[in-house]
Design a protein around this ligand. Structure first.
Ligand SMILES: Nc1ncnc2c1ncn2[C@@H]1O[C@H](COP(=O)(O)OS(=O)(=O)O)[C@@H](OP(=O)(O)O)[C@H]1O
Length: 477
């Protein structure tokens, strides 16, 4: 038996004895292969031992894990959900009851899980709520995640033990099957995973620490990016997401235009978990064009901060056109955005994509409810060229500590755009392939018509904002 107690010589002779007659080939090659096998086995054994402990560094964020694993991650999360529910049921003593919430539901997360056997609900620090998994649960988790790398698996373990159980009482009630993924409780919606890495010990405490003795919860957004489509809203959201004091709803929520009938609780349920020293931000770029949305946002929170990205509207139109071009069979742009009026070609302002660039019209609707000081309107063209400066203006507007610097933005020559270098990742990350595509060339006659059409709206916007953006190409004035 190989128990590690033998001398080097006897181990060598054991190796050659054991394999002699089964494997043919040079002796040194065989010995080297067996040694490699032993090293790999030791590594595997030690990595198994590490599961359940907290690793000190992770380079992937949950969203990356979710993107990498795709749909199969949802299956794993469902398994995790079952494990979580089983664990929670088993850890509760028979006569222990979950405290009913007397609040409007805002504090449910904290209340439920701070009820411990001593009855001392206030002094329990989230750290002490960490649940150690039984070895059977360990195995279930390993099986659920068996094709994940060790790093990701450790990440899942850590998130599960440290945050999922303590902060997600819904798991007690939740059955994974038959649910729309959008209706999954916070952690189980892959889009909501970003916050976790922010609070899973990734940050240097000088950058961010959650308030002590606080569990995260879902909150209504304190900031909303209301527009405008094709202006760089995804870039702004992803850039801001690097900031430790900001958590974002990863998918566009579209509550105030499409899903208002689902109610305010549903809306809050779409938000990622956050601590009280973080700002929750959602973006739905079509809100700006819906006057009713302004009224409803105001009814929710009249102090909410509103972010609006605008961009040269002709460029924005070309962005929309270029994205559509393959499916529209490369129809020339004048058939798409112009109409005939008294025998003349004019811009068709009834089209959604054309109307989107009439920023002043939309902004004026929102100004009926909110003062200008509650808006931060930034130029998407400047965001492409100088993201650091633009992001720093947003940090000031949101009144959060200045954290993002040129170290968080790296220019990618191949893509022709800046990519992100979040604090929690070693590798820079660019926006997806459908952002930053080349635009189809614009016919000079159509270009002039479009710039002439948008000029008065642009001027009106500049006069509302008290500043101008450099949108006028020299050949159209
Ligand atoms: N860093 C970086 N990387 C890639 N793309 C960037 C970046 N910064 C801004 N942009 C611009 O964002 C444009 C897409 O805007 P949106 O995200 O608002 O579009 S959408 O309405 O949400 O689909 C997208 O438009 P297209 O160039 O037409 O693809 C980009 O110009």
């Amino acid at each position: 038996m190989l128990d590690g107690s033998g001398s080097e010589g006897s181990m060598r002779s054991w190796i050659s004895h054991t394999i002699r007659g089964r494997v043919r080939g040079p002796k040194w090659l065989v010995t080297a292969s067996v040694c490699a096998l032993l090293v790999l086995s030791f590594y595997h054994w030690s990595s198994l031992r590490r599961h359940g402990r907290y690793a000190s560094t992770f380079v992937a964020r949950p969203r990356d894990v979710s993107e990498l694993a795709g749909d199969s991650l949802n299956t794993r999360l469902e398994l995790l959900g079952q494990t979580a529910r089983g664990r929670a049921e088993r850890t509760r003593s028979p006569n222990e009851e979950v405290q009913p919430s007397e609040s409007d539901g805002e504090d449910d997360v904290v209340q439920t899980f701070l009820v411990d056997s001593s009855g001392d609900s206030q002094s329990v620090h989230p750290e002490n709520q960490v649940v150690q998994l039984t070895s059977a649960q360990e195995r279930a988790l390993d099986t659920a995640m068996d094709d994940m790398s060790d790093t990701k698996r450790e990440l899942m373990h850590r998130l599960f033990e440290k945050y999922v159980l303590p902060a997600t009482p819904e798991l007690l009630e939740w059955t994974p099957k038959g649910h729309d993924p959008q209706d999954r409780p916070g952690y189980f919606r892959p889009g909501n995973w970003d916050w976790t890495m922010k609070n899973a010990g990734e940050y240097d405490p000088d950058l961010y620490s959650p308030p002590p003795s606080e569990l995260p919860k879902q909150r209504f957004p304190q900031a909303i990016m209301i527009g405008s489509g094709h202006c760089g809203t995804r870039a702004l959201l992803d850039f801001l997401q690097m900031h430790p004091n900001i958590v974002v709803a990863h998918s566009e929520v579209h509550f105030f235009d499409d899903f208002f009938h689902k109610g305010m609780d549903w809306y809050r349920g779409q938000m990622p978990y956050s601590f009280s020293n973080q700002i929750t931000l959602e973006k739905s770029p079509s809100y700006v064009m819906v006057p009713q949305a302004a009224k409803e946002v105001y009814a929710m929170d009249k102090k909410v901060k509103l972010l609006m990205v605008v961009k040269d509207p002709v460029v924005t139109l070309m962005s929309a056109f270029s994205r559509r071009a393959p499916s529209s069979g490369n129809r020339p742009i004048h058939y798409t955005f112009l109409k005939l009026e008294n025998g003349k070609r004019v811009v068709n302002s009834e089209l959604y994509s054309v109307a989107r660039g009439m920023y002043s019209v939309h902004l004026k609707n929102w100004l009926k409810y909110f003062p200008l000081s509650q808006f931060h309107v930034l130029d998407g063209g400047a965001l492409v060229k100088e993201p650091v400066h633009q992001i720093q203006t947003v940090e000031r507007f949101l009144e959060i500590p200045p954290r993002l610097t040129s170290k968080n933005f790296l220019f990618n020559e191949t893509k022709g755009f800046y990519c992100m270098k979040p604090f929690t990742m070693h590798q820079p990350k660019c926006l997806g392939k459908n952002k930053g595509r080349p635009h189809v060339p614009l016919d000079p006659e159509v270009k002039k018509l479009l710039y002439d059409f948008y000029r008065p709206y642009n001027q009106e916007l500049f006069s509302i904002l008290g500043k101008t953006f450099d949108w006028e190409p020299k050949d159209t004035v």
